[in-house]
Design a protein around this ligand. Sequence first.
Ligand SMILES: O=C(O)C1=C[C@@H](OP(=O)(O)O)[C@@H](O)[C@H](O)C1
Ligand SMILES: C=C(OP(=O)(O)O)C(=O)O
Length: 429
Amino acid sequence: METLDLTPIARVAGSVKLPGSKSISNRTLLLAALAGGTTRVRDLLDSDDVSHMLSALGLLGVKIEPLGGRDFLVHGAGGAFPVKNADLFLGNAGTAFRPLTAALALMHGQYRLSGVPRMHERPIGDLVDALREAGADIAYLGNEGYPPLAIAPAEVRAGKVIPVRGNVSSQFLTALLMALPLTGEAVTIEVVGELISKPYIEITLNLMARFGVKVEREGWQRFHVAGGQSYVSPGEIVVEGDASSASYFLAAGAIAGGPVRVEGVGAASIQGDVRFADALAAIGARVAYGDNWIEVSRGDADKLKAFDLDLNHIPDAAMTLAVAALFADGPCTLRNIESWRVKETDRLAAMAIELRKVGATVEEGQDYLTVTPPERLTGGAAIDTYDDHRMAMCFSLVALGGVPVTINDPKCVAKTFPDYFDVFATLAR
Ligand SMILES: O=C(O)C1=C[C@@H](OP(=O)(O)O)[C@@H](O)[C@H](O)C1
Ligand SMILES: C=C(OP(=O)(O)O)C(=O)O
């Protein structure tokens, strides 16, 4: 196994141009592929999750022309994919797997969707149940409730209330919202249970609106799409920088001096994870925003303030706070993060194990984590990353504590940020 030794970093400062947002890249590709007309997509993320979406759309007969750099021209298929029989491998990309499942259920074709072994342990039953309610024919090829899936031709009708559970992943609601308007019928989607990860639904609605489909919502409970709408290319979409990827650099600025500026997201962002910067401000960091940048430096105190926060709205950036807790002046509690258990790995368990390796005392609850920072970090820990890009990225912050740290299997960052460690190194001063 490959490993990466990080040497202690005394101070960080500088500026980082962020890679494109994963959530916006994969939604934009799918909507552009389904729309009428061509869409120029600029600054698309270059990573495994997006490669899986690109190759799937290619296999489905969508023409996507590279224009140089990270710009692409997507020739929209006007509501229906040309290819009616395909085997799609989607790695561990939730933002490809869930939305494609819903869209393909409507395509009157035969499709098989699979992923890496971990994807086959990530739940999809709530989405399949909702699609079956609308008439879809979807079978489980392995365990009930999990990928891989086989989709067969069926008449999917949206013209009634479709219930979907909202408390396991918001990606199920996102998938239904993006796909069901393709039926041309009016639809109401009703969320059962408390919806988690709400800001991701705002990304979905924002992009659907740019492609010409309006959704009316009653709080977070009911979503109405009027009939007769179809996706129409807006001409061009510029992908924002990834706000979750920004969190590692912003946390570094808060811990080890700064200023650290990220370019590509700011006050005008449509991504909920920009609110990670508010969390940093609340625990003592100095934070400034422009429309398209955020800058963070350490506050007056040497340490961050201990915190107790509900982080359900920013589940991905919350992992960065779990490691930042090592630099706080007391015990820190991260609440309402049960969805961590069904992501790239069981992140609650993995985080607890690895934080203990660097000396923290950790209490792991079913949906919370309390991290008590050690007096002094344990140097030279070898951090296991569980094939989870965010485990690898957030544990790089340990090097800011004056100790070396080894990251096992650092290449797992390829899921969303292949050159993360090179970019991180540019901030060392
Ligand atoms: O819709 C999206 O783009 C995402 C939604 C979130 O998942 P959950 O809704 O499962 O929490 C997030 O963790 C994931 O990285 C991306
Ligand atoms: C949960 C994540 O990914 P996915 O889109 O596969 O759900 C993530 O990137 O942290």
